[in-house]
Design a binder for this molecule. Structure first.
Ligand code: ASP
Length: 337
């Protein structure tokens, strides 16, 4: 397993994370720049754990790796971080105490793969990649996904750490157990799905999305992240999008597909994210209780980010700088109270 501190130190030494602040967990302090076209490559990903993921994706690209390798290897960093309670190892369990994982990946050739309700595998993204590369299917679930992983040389591991177990127990003690908005800000801890989009110098685009989903979710619950078009979508002619937050809202609106279709119809990535969030606000009656964050990347090298509630941050690697930025939001103050 990669030692987080060592990784941060070496990534910072490579200049990939810039001067990584001691408070890497704190939200960034700049709002996304609209309409800027960056030089390629670009890597953009959800939340502050995206800084490390971006750095790894860039390392892969710099070493001549492919765009699909870059997105897969990038999100493997938070997957194997036991201190990250919303992705892979150390993820918060479902209501029965089991950690279940969802992931998807999509490449520039339009091929896609996903796994959902997968247990005991640290890197669901790599299983999703195998589904994409080596089967005629797109999505494998539960025991079938686990069997496929084991048949392909993945090894089972207990993903429930002591820290996640204790956090989960505390969560269950709370009377009001509605999903928390912006976990990171409240708990000063890494959290939430990592959705990562990348474009290389040849303008090829890929994306990856991986999560342990909603903490204390119902047994069998699957979110948006493994569903192509919901948690992730890539169209190499247009761009890509990914989502984080309350998966049910993204599923009801096919959020990532929507963002890419809006771009196809002329919207910039920023406009597309804003219009898609507005669609969720218009169509989902109880949206005020939840957070959704959307990221987009265009073929031209523009980016977009927007959320329902304030507090959504994302990591952007562009033109040699890897930085944490705040997304704009539909509501200016949190509305779940
Ligand atoms: N979208 C994920 C899910 O609903 C969770 C998150 O991003 O917070 O499973």
């Amino acid at each position: 397993m990669i030692n987080r501190r060592k990784f941060l130190e070496s990534a910072a030494a490579l200049g990939l994370i810039g001067a990584l602040p001691s408070k890497v967990l704190k939200a960034g302090n700049k709002i996304t720049n609209r309409g800027i076209k960056y030089k390629l490559p670009i890597v953009i990903s959800t939340w502050s754990h995206g800084l490390e993921a971006n750095a790894e994706s860039v390392r892969v690209l710099n070493e001549g790796g492919g765009i699909v390798d870059a997105v897969e290897k990038g999100v493997m960093i938070p997957e194997s971080d036991p201190n990250n309670h919303s992705v892979g190892l150390g993820g918060f369990p479902d209501i029965t105490g089991k950690v279940t994982l969802d992931a998807s990946i999509m490449g520039p050739d339009g091929n896609a793969g996903g796994v959902c309700f997968l247990e005991n595998i640290v890197h669901p993204i790599s299983v999703a990649r195998k589904v994409m590369d080596e089967t005629p299917h797109v999505l494998l679930s539960g025991s079938g996904a686990l069997k496929f992983a084991l048949d392909n040389g993945f090894e089972e591991e207990n993903l429930l750490t002591e820290k996640a177990l204790q956090g989960w127990k505390k969560m269950l003690e709370r009377e009001n157990r509605t999903p928390e908005i912006n976990w990171e800000e409240k708990h000063n801890e890494l959290h939430d799905t990592i959705g990562l989009l990348a474009i290389n110098e040849e303008s090829d685009i890929a994306g990856a999305c991986t999560t342990s989903g909603l903490a204390a979710k119902m047994r069998g619950r699957v979110g948006d992240s493994p569903i192509i078009g919901a948690g992730l979508y890539v169209d190499n002619e247009i761009g890509a999008a990914t989502a984080t937050g309350m998966g049910e809202l993204v599923l009801k609106t096919l959020g990532s597909f929507l963002v890419v279709e809006l771009m196809r119809n002329g919207a910039s990535p920023q406009q597309a994210c804003e219009q898609a969030v507005k669609r969720i606000v218009d169509k989902v009656a109880d949206h005020k209780k939840y957070q959704i964050g959307l990221l987009a990347l265009s073929k031209k090298g523009e980016i977009g980010a927007y959320s329902i509630q304030p507090g959504f941050n994302y990591a952007l690697y562009a033109e040699g700088k890897n930085q944490l930025l705040n997304a704009g939001s539909f509501y200016k103050t949190t509305t779940n109270k």
